[in-house]
Design a protein around this ligand. Sequence first.
Ligand code: GTB
Length: 216
Amino acid sequence: MIPTITAFESSPDRGRGLARDMRVRWALEEVGQPYDVRLLSFAAMKEPAHLALHPFGQIPTWEEGELVLFESGGIILHIAEQHAGLLPDDANARARAITWMFAALNTVEPPIVDRSMATILERDKSWYAERLPMLDKQVRARLDQLSARLGDGEWLDGAFSAADLMMVTVLRRLNGSGLLEDYPNLCAYIARGEARPAYQRAFADKLAVFAASASG
Ligand code: GTB
């Protein structure tokens, strides 16, 4: 059965592939699972039909027959459990990879999102100039630690896994912030992820959606 995911009809990231459907698309491309995409307007995301799929009225969602999922982490874990290639077979290595998925979502992504939201929503506020250095500091603290742990490693823990897919998509949200440049190993790590053919296919599909929305 071909799953259907949801994505922004008109993404505010202007084709940079920063919205969270990108990680789901990438995971599906990695395992070679064809999928359909239903594009939604912001208004449609808050309507009862979508709220029945996603209690918080967001994207991405997953529909596969009777199964409906929301939360990019839950969706990617589901894909990784249904297909070979995104999680190691060895039980301990698998548990570590899943731990890294949670670390990406629960420990690294929150300060990055806080910073990103402030740059969008608080730029014209009186406190912004004072708050931004504090947000930068919180992001840098995580990048320092992640960079130290990654060291010269290619991926977070052995072979490429869903953990790397998640972490790379989380870190990409810092593109243009000027913060990543202090961490050459993290920049190389992101570039390794982006160079994967599955990532390239997912990104091209995202870009096509942006091009269609920009021309329409
Ligand atoms: N924890 C959830 C998950 O991982 O699936 C978070 C889902 C989420 O935040 N979805 C966002 C959404 O639907 C889109 S990805 N927002 C609409 C709403 O809440 O009403 C977040 C996002 C949006 C835009 C950019 N951008 O423009 O750069 C980047 C990321």
